[in-house]
Design a protein around this ligand. Structure first.
Ligand code: NAI
Length: 397
């Protein structure tokens, strides 16, 4: 079929298999171009099909020759109906990994559930024995608790007071004022923590530990975000920020629980990037359009793959101790948070209007990245050619 983008707000209902494949190949080539990493050999990535998780899987496999197991929640294709992008990304990744002689299998289902954990544990037991690195990269709007079946929905709201800011419709470039009311019930905060906090991460690590599937010196890393003052009311000091506080605290609990095998839990604070998860957060797309402009001008811009390759090669797997900030977090958002970068973004933020956004910001770059997430507008792909939407994932369990 011919597949075209069908955009609805901050999502796109279609995805292009060839475009997704090309994105994956580009990421693989990038990792290979940066040379070998003396890294992990058996890696589990939870949330492995898009964004930072996909980049983590690619870096593990093609940077450090690792066997990888991926866990994700993606929609398979049906006749005439394309799959979700993470499906096509995974198919492309596993095809390339197998061609390179690398073990790569995956499980498609709800990572929060006991069933998916059990399937993954059984797979590790049978195929890999133990795991050296677990990347936890889930981004989900809801979670069904596996013990109680209670459904938690996360919210993106400020806490304490309302937040007024500029925001952009990133499809049209229209800048408007937005006011977001604060949470009215503590349950909104608790629910967001239940979805995006550290409880499920800790459950994964505990289940792996109990089954003796963690190798000596095993490391686990979850991803967090801090960001600037401009966005802190909606992000770091809002409901999602509380969940990230919880995630970051969980890293220490995990390290304590892994003493016997000298295992470590870390949080890596990553850069703001266009992914399916971040496009949904108000105000952030305008900040990112300006940030992209400044970082590109200064030759500091990175995408998910550049971030994660650097995380592995310059933070996690060097001969030195892993560097952390005063809160014990790995910082790979260091270039985003550089004072000169942030200063410039603040200046642009004051000036930016609908009329001057194309010039002051990198809206075009934002839009390009958004379409790329779904395999559209990818260089080298001919979108007028019929493609088979019924792509299968070779290592799907
Ligand atoms: P994403 O939307 O690209 O990826 C989310 C992944 O989670 C996908 O593989 C998806 O299939 C999987 N997933 C979602 N629900 C699932 C479920 N119930 N069961 C199994 N898999 C499920 O998101 P992104 O942006 O890569 O986010 C990953 C992490 O990185 C999140 O913790 C996010 O907060 C963090 N982060 C994101 C930043 C950004 O700007 N995008 C910046 C810094 C941190």
């Amino acid at each position: 079929m011919i597949i075209e983008p069908k955009v609805r707000g901050f999502i796109c209902l279609t995805a292009h298999p060839k475009g997704c494949e090309q994105n994956v190949i580009n990421q693989i080539n990038y990792v290979k171009s940066k040379g070998a990493i003396d890294g992990p050999k058996r890696v589990l990535v939870i949330g492995s099909s898009t964004g930072f998780g996909l980049a983590s899987r690619i870096t593990s496999a093609f940077g450090s020759d690792a066997a990888t197991i991926g866990v994700y929640f993606e929609k398979p294709p049906a006749e005439g109906k394309p799959a979700s992008p993470g499906w096509y990304n995974t198919a492309a990744f596993e095809l390339q990994a197998h061609k390179a002689g690398l073990y790569a299998k995956s499980v498609n289902g709800d990572a929060f559930s006991h069933e998916v954990k059990k399937t993954v544990l059984d797979l590790i037991k049978t195929d890999l024995g133990q795991i050296d690195l677990i990347i936890y990269s889930l981004a989900s709007p809801r979670r069904t608790h596996p013990d109680t079946a209670e459904v938690f929905n996360s919210v993106l709201k400020p806490i304490g007071q309302k937040f007024s800011s500029k925001t952009v419709n990133f499809h049209t470039g229209d800048i408007s004022d937005i006011t977001i009311e604060p949470v009215t019930a503590d349950s909104d905060i608790e629910n967001t923590i239940a979805v995006m906090g550290g409880e499920d991460w800790a459950m994964w690590i505990e289940a792996l530990k109990q089954a003796d599937l963690l190798a000596e010196n095993a490391v686990t890393v979850a991803y967090s975000y801090v960001g600037p003052e401009l966005t802190e009311a909606i992000y770091r000091k809002g409901t999602i920020g509380r969940a990230k506080d919880h995630l970051e605290a969980t890293a220490f609990e995990i390290t304590d629980s892994l003493k016997a095998i000298n295992g470590k839990g870390y949080v890596s604070v990553n850069k703001a990037l266009v992914t399916q998860a971040s496009s949904a957060i108000p105000v952030i797309p305008l900040y990112m359009s300006l940030l992209y402009k400044v970082m590109k001008e200064q030759n500091l811009h990175e995408g998910c793959i550049e971030q994660i390759q650097r995380l592995f090669q310059e933070r996690l797997y060097t001969s030195k101790a892993i560097p952390t900030d005063e809160k014990g977090r790995i910082r790979i958002d260091d270039w985003e948070m550089r004072e000169d970068v942030q200063q410039k973004v603040i200046e642009l933020w004051k000036e930016v209007t609908t009329e001057n956004l194309p010039e002051l910001g990198d809206l075009a770059g934002y839009q390009q990245d958004f379409f790329n997430l779904f395999g559209f507008k990818v260089a080298g792909v001919d979108y007028d050619v019929e493609v088979d939407e019924m792509v299968q994932i070779p290592g799907l369990v």
